[in-house]
Design a protein around this ligand. Structure first.
Ligand SMILES: *Cc1c(COP(=O)(O)O)cnc(C)c1O
Length: 436
């Protein structure tokens, strides 16, 4: 299958090139030229399939032309070595728990898939590939752990100094091997800007093979559609969807997760509506209300993985619906919560329903609580394990409430290693040239 750029100023490329390049030459994001639909019959029996079986069927639709079936199956089954269960919270609200992977966040799915796909495409290559990834928290750990020890690939994780939690930081600064952590004196947007600038730097790209592992990479964002199908299947299996509409509420930052949900719907998944749940960084909320899109600097919040002022995947949403504000705002509604509200939601979900929402999932839950109709079933994406935000959670709930899962405790005992850099591009470029 061919992939075109959302800016449409550059020729279409193969899957292999789209994955290796990450960003199109005209600075646009790659989109698959065709979104194959499932027949309605597929959805009648989908509940009989396991998560891996469903994911494989979805993957075939996107990647079947480009990867041998047996290899694709191997990549899928290896990527999804953990479950994404649906858990009932209220009468009609469910949590899609995406935190059962190795770094306890949904980004494990895309990162593990991409590492395996890149490894497949690069098997015949002898030049080292450098993966650049900017993170506001969870991307860095998922990507670093997804790629850890993969031969021929070196990962540089750029993160804003002092703006990610200790636990998050420990998951990408303690690994060593082929993972280098760069602590940037700036914001997440500064980190993202450095990575984007590097990809467009001709001189650098002549000397080094660079690729991105941010959610702009098709190999990271498309696999995120798998768990939307799985959520539908599991709800159907439980008999919860009879005569009801399905609504997904997605805690959103760069909008990769929500865009993957839109792709699932374009493939035929019966979804009535999406809700984009935001924190105080709400440029998309404003767009949905006014049709005016004004990216701005991000502000810090309790839900820090959503502290994004220029959501990169928004270009994909515009492209998918021909930049038609009416279509987009009919399908996606927005809402946003202040830190004070997020704190209150975490507390009330815990006291009323005995369920621990992390600060991101809390936004997703509340959006459903406020807007679901009687004929609707709502699923919010619980995007990370609450223990990843222990400092915040313990402050909100009182200490001793959040036992640290073993996977996280393990990271915390290891020694941090990172390189500090200023936010000017020249520092970053010099660093890469010296290292690479
Ligand atoms: C990355 C992340 C988000 C935002 O996801 P996007 O795909 O960037 O919109 C939400 N919650 C958590 C915990 C995350 O790590």
């Amino acid at each position: 299958m061919k992939y075109y750029s959302t800016n449409r100023q550059t020729p279409e490329v193969s899957l292999r090139d789209a994955v290796i390049k990450g960003l199109a030459a005209d600075n646009g994001l790659f989109m698959p030229e065709i979104i194959h639909k499932f027949s309605p019959a597929f959805f009648e029996t989908i509940q009989n399939l396991t998560f891996q079986e469903i994911a494989f069927e979805v993957a075939l639709k996107f990647f079947g032309e480009d990867i041998p079936e047996s290899k694709l199956r191997e990549i899928i089954y290896d990527t999804l070595s953990f479950d994404c269960p649906v858990v009932q919270i209220t009468e009609n609200i469910y949590s899609l728990e995406l935190f059962h992977g190795p770094t306890l966040a949904f980004k494990d799915v895309g990162a593990r898939f991409m590492a395996r796909l890149l490894n497949y495409f690069l098997a015949d290559r002898n030049k080292k590939v450098n993966v650049l990834v900017a993170t506001s928290g969870d991307t860095g750990s998922a990507v670093a752990n997804g790629f850890l020890g993969v031969e021929g690939i070196h990962v540089y994780v750029l993160y804003p100094k002092g703006k990610v939690s200790k636990i998050q930081e420990s998951q990408f600064t303690t690994l060593g091997q082929n993972i280098t952590a760069l602590e940037i004196d700036g914001t997440f947007d500064d980190c993202q800007h450095l990575v984007k600038t590097a990809f467009l730097d001709k001189e650098l790209n002549e000397k080094l093979v660079l690729t991105s592992a941010n959610s702009i990479n098709v190999a990271r964002f498309l696999p995120q559609s798998f768990y939307y199908f799985n959520a539908f299947a599991r709800l159907k299996q439980m008999g919860k969807l009879d005569g009801k509409e399905l609504v997904f509420s997605v805690p959103s930052g760069n909008f990769g997760n929500l865009t993957a949900g839109l792709f699932a719907r374009e493939m035929g998944l019966p979804v009535a509506k999406f809700i984009a749940a935001n924190n105080a960084n709400h440029v998309v909320y404003d767009y949905l209300k006014t049709s005016d899109y004004q990216p701005r600097s991000s502000v810090e919040t309790l839900a820090n993985a959503m502290d994004v002022g220029t959501p990169s995947n928004f270009a994909r949403i515009l492209d998918l619906y021909g930049h038609n504000h009416k279509i987009i705002s009919d399908l996606i509604s927005g809402c946003w919560y202040s830190d004070e509200q997020i704190g209150a939601i975490v507390q009330s979900v815990y006291s009323k329903h005995n369920y621990l929402c992390d600060p991101h999932g809390a936004c997703g839950f509340q959006a459903l609580e406020e807007s679901l109709k009687d004929n609707q079933v709502g699923v919010f994406l619980e995007t990370a394990h609450p223990a990843k935000f222990t400092e915040t959670m313990e402050k909100l709930l009182g200490t001793g409430e959040i036992p640290l899962p073993e996977a996280l405790a393990h990271f915390m005992t290891r020694k941090k290693k990172s390189c500090e850099l200023g936010k000017e591009y020249s520092f970053f470029k010099t660093f890469l040239l010296n290292e690479g």
